[in-house]
Write a protein that binds this ligand. Structure first.
Ligand SMILES: Cc1ncc(C[n+]2csc(CCOP(=O)(O)OP(=O)(O)O)c2C)c(N)n1
Ligand code: SF4
Length: 326
């Protein structure tokens, strides 16, 4: 006889006043002051609660967070390789399903959450993330997006915006804009290619209650879910560490980041401003864009304008010209 899998039902919260007081990502870690990914970790851990297992593909949230015998996670966690967060989570979830089927685990199925950087989610870790989504494991995959391979010295990643100055895309006479490519679209990548996935959403540290509700929705749902969370990085983006939340909010006010959820084929938007501010107001707050010319800023504005005509729908991305043959 099939054994019923007991699952959790995490309640929706009405606003910031109702954010749980309990912390499962506690002080004592070694991330930079004002680290956006650390703040989102804290919020996700509050949302998920004690019956949670975090899976961490290598990145700032593991290397900067944990040193020998000292970590900030107050729930079980495992450090995966940057390539295989999705595979490790798949194995954990599948093992629990077997234990439940054999009557060796009588509790609720834990929340299995992969917390990967953009590199560990949609670049080096893409195949394992996609495998988890494709096979339909009951797990939540979170891509915390600091728009670079931060832990190895702020190298460019596929989600680094056009024009971003990183250690691999320094602006100079040959390439004045720095990064030449426009970013990948992680939510659309997951939605478009994975029939088992029914819930995909974007979130931001600037809207913590919305973030918590999306985490809980993804966890309550049976099957795989994907969240793309905007998490500014003061070190890599070059801004004052007291401004992390302001920068995250400005991204939404200028349309550089759009908050939405894709729920079984239906798109719903959250916190859409009546009037978007020019992208310049976001770009000028960050040293990584300090070298951009008017023409570069116009190119970014045109990209955002096209995206905002149908937010959540991929836009045609301008490609760089083919490389000149030496
Ligand atoms: C296969 C492999 N390639 C490269 C590395 C080196 N490496 C460690 S952390 C890291 C950056 C991770 O970037 P991301 O996943 O975006 O997370 P972040 O550091 O930005 O939080 C890299 C490239 C590695 N550990 N394994
Ligand atoms: S480099 Fe960025 S992501 Fe990494 S710990 Fe510092 S602020 Fe956080």
């Amino acid at each position: 006889m099939a054994v019923a899998v007991k699952t959790q039902d995490l309640p929706r919260i009405k606003g910031v006043r109702y954010i749980p007081k309990e912390n499962y990502y506690v002080p004592g870690h070694r991330t930079c002051a004002g680290c956006g990914p650390a703040l989102q970790y804290k919020l996700v851990a509050k949302a998920a609660g004690p019956n949670t297992i975090f899976v961490g593909p290598t990145g700032c949230m593991y290397v900067a967070n944990s040193s020998y015998l000292c970590t900030p996670y107050a729930v079980p966690w495992i450090h995966a390789q940057i390539t295989n967060g999705g595979a490790v989570a798949s194995g954990i979830e599948a093992a629990y399903q077997v234990l439940i089927r054999k009557g060796k685990w009588e509790g609720e199925l834990p929340n299995v959450i992969v917390m990967g950087g953009d590199g560990g989610s949609v670049d080096i870790g893409l195949q394992a993330m996609s495998g988890l989504m494709y096979r339909g494991h009951d797990a939540l995959f979170i891509c915390y997006d600091n728009e670079s391979y931060a832990n190895t010295g702020i190298q460019t990643s596929p989600t680094t915006p056009y024009g971003g100055n990183t250690t691999f895309t320094p602006p100079g006479p040959a390439i004045p804009e720095g990064k030449k490519l426009f970013p990948k679209d992680p939510p659309q990548l997951v939605i478009g290619g994975h029939p088992a996935v029914k819930y995909v959403a974007t979130a931001s540290i600037a809207y913590p209650a919305d973030l918590i509700n999306k985490v809980r929705k993804g966890l309550n749902l049976k099957g795989p879910a994907f969240l793309h969370i905007h998490a500014p990085c003061p070190k890599g983006w070059t801004f004052d560490e007291s401004k992390t939340v302001d920068i995250a909010r400005m991204a939404i006010q200028t349309g550089m980041w759009v908050l939405y959820e894709w729920d079984n084929g239906e798109i719903k938007y959250q916190h859409r401003p009546r009037q978007y501010k020019p992208v310049r107001e976001y770009l000028t707050l960050q040293g990584r864009f300090a070298h951009l010319t008017e023409a570069h800023i116009e190119k970014i504005q045109a990209f955002v304008d096209a995206k905002l005509k149908a937010p959540g729908i991929p836009v045609a991305i301008p490609l760089p010209p083919p490389r000149a043959v030496a």
